[in-house]
Design a protein around this ligand. Sequence first.
Ligand code: TYD
Length: 136
Amino acid sequence: MNKLDDVCKIISLNKIPDARGNLTFIEGNKQIPFPIERVYYLYDVPASSSRGGHAHKNLQQLIIAVSGSFTVVLDDGNGKKSFRLNKPYEGLYICPMIWREIHDFSSGSVCLVLASLEYDENDYYRDYNEFIKALQ
Ligand code: TYD
């Protein structure tokens, strides 16, 4: 199974359209394949800035552009795949052992991340060569 083509995918979320404003909801283990243990978000990101630059050993995540847009580049050690996220009713599912870079943030964009585990620095590979070595 190819992690970039078969596992890491855009998940379409429910959108409740309403003249008063639209609504999207997410429940752990329902619309997404993991329990939600942590939520964090990136905001006030300068256009020239790049986030990510690491992989996780066990963490699963869903990344959503709740406002604006940005590009997520995933790398499984064999190839790369790029996703432009710009819809608040779509999320990008990222499985463990995927290197990710996030860049080209539009002005005022907000990157919401739902995570399957609490924060643990020991779950990170922050060195690309170490990540590649761990895959072998
Ligand atoms: P990092 O995961 O490297 O950010 P990004 O992937 O968005 O570029 O985290 C940046 C800093 O924030 C780092 O010092 C760890 C800290 N941090 C927490 O304390 N808790 C968290 O849940 C996250 C995601 C990061």
